[in-house]
Ligand binder design. Sequence first.
Ligand code: WT7
Length: 632
Amino acid sequence: MWLNIKSFEEYNQIYNQSETDRLKFWEHEAGTFYWRKSWDNVHSGGFEKGDIKWFEGGKLNITENALDRHLNTIGNKTAFIFEPNHPDSFRRTITYRQLYDDVCRFSNVLQEKGIQKGDRVCIYMAMTPELIISALACARIGAVHSIVFAGFSAQSLAERIQDCDAKMLITNDGLRRGDKHVPLKDISDEALKSCPTVKNVIVCQRTNRDIDWVEGRDEWWHMLIRNASKVHKAVEMDAEDPLFILYTSGSTGKPKGVLHTCGGYMVYTSYTFRNVFQVSEEDVYWCTADAGWITGHSYIIYGPLFNGATGVIFEGVPNYPDAGRFWEVVEKYRITHFYTAPTAIRALMSYDIKYVQKYDLSSLKVLGTVGEPINEEAWHWYNDHIGGGRCPIVDTWWQTETGGIMISPLAGITPTKPGFATLPLPGIFPVLMDENGKEIQGNGVSGNLCLKYPWPGIARTVWGDHERYLKTYMTSYKGYYFTGDGCRRDPEGYYRITGRVDDVLNVSGHRLGTAEIENAINEHPNIVESAVVGYPHDIKGQGIYAFMICENDPNDPVAFKKEIHNLVTKIIGPIAKPDLIQIAPGLPKTRSGKIMRRILRKVAAKEAEDMGDVSTLLDPAVVEEIKGGKAY
Ligand code: WT7
């Protein structure tokens, strides 16, 4: 029987059990799946060497657990409701049986195109059922999917394809997101100029606009699928075989390809989905994320499908055609579970409450948030106006690297507290570290958040760069996994995530590295040097503030800002555009040449009065000049 925690008492009991015998706990959970062959060893390896393995020797195909297993029981149940960008466009529902057939057909297509177990396939698509079918078909044939959010630029797409030597790209002719049109095929063509490993491109029709066509390389999805058989035998995988790569930003260098493997990821996403959201058979669950991010992977695609849930695939944005869109969809499908990001809540809060009041939200039972700390004001608005005061809010803390939710209330079970992710899931052991690298004991304390023991969903490596994996996560605190987050444990033992303590920004729930943005800005011929920091932003959570030293100070800073925007959009994508720029005569540096970002953060946050100790600066005068500067 699947572990399904039903009371707070039971949560405490099971948490203690999971501490007493961690391996037995996970083995029990894994035993609920269909394995072609059981594992030889529950777990080996650890943070010291970064050689973590779970369920080694176990043979499975993850799609047999997401699809095949359900056919006899819930084959006619809706797996997905597709809600298009525009409310009047064609919408449809897909049953488990139909999804299974489509995944089998597309698996045959991929294999006919020569894709084999272990090959990498890049997916750059609109949020449509075909994106999910593509990912599942890859998993079914043992290919490693790398989904790239369809808001990234050609250059970002190219870098991600090159990094993992993808053999194929699956894309759309274009997409519409709100009132914007994104020419995905044109962007793909541009990217592929520098991606010789890609031999085939499959194009799924979405916008019917004119596109260029490369004979011998490009093929239409609908033509390929038409004659494909819906009989497909899933390829047998080892528990530790790669399932997917997902690129995410770090504090240095280019985005890294976080790798997840089949067995552990399956067990972890399924377990967390079921216990955190408490979705029952008749419920309709909607996670508003895009499948281009980890939230979409774990809690639109995999977690819900393992549990036979009904989910929504939403192509649109919260404020199109107007600020009532989310609530219109909630009413229309009688959504019971709604999972979104604080940035969306803050954005919608700023509109007239009539956009909420127009709709019947009485179907809602559980609300969730993810991606960034939620401020109390947003929490209360969500609780009162959306949840009508009767829906528990699950504030779920986790990361691309953790695979699934780590610290979160269990809906209706864990008493909640605004702004707190509350308590760790059974099997998860968070610790707070002090500046000497020691665990901080007791409650009412703050420190850097680490995890003490491996769990099945943890990323196994950074694609092609295991050293970077070790360096990023396993070296700051020997024997622990370091999250990069600061955290407070209140007197009751509840966890509150306070935000990143490294040079990673969280802008509207999107993770961006300051170095990545600086590198893009530095491509401008008039830039000598730049430094990017985050600052508090009412809607985005964090805004992007760029200090830059110019060769020749621009006469028209507003026009210059536009140039920087165009450049960053071209190199990374529109999400990385600086909100504010400031031309500076110099940057505050230590004698060893390190930029003191602490000072820049204070200036950006307009807290420059309280600058602290600046005596280690090479040129303290620069601080005064920056303080007196102007932001555009
Ligand atoms: C970072 C991970 C997890 C999926 C989406 C983001 C921040 C995430 C919360 C939360 C406070 C949160 C952390 C984390 N974060 N959830 N509930 N409360 N902060 O995944 O892009 O890998 O980013 O997002 O800073 O380290 P990601």
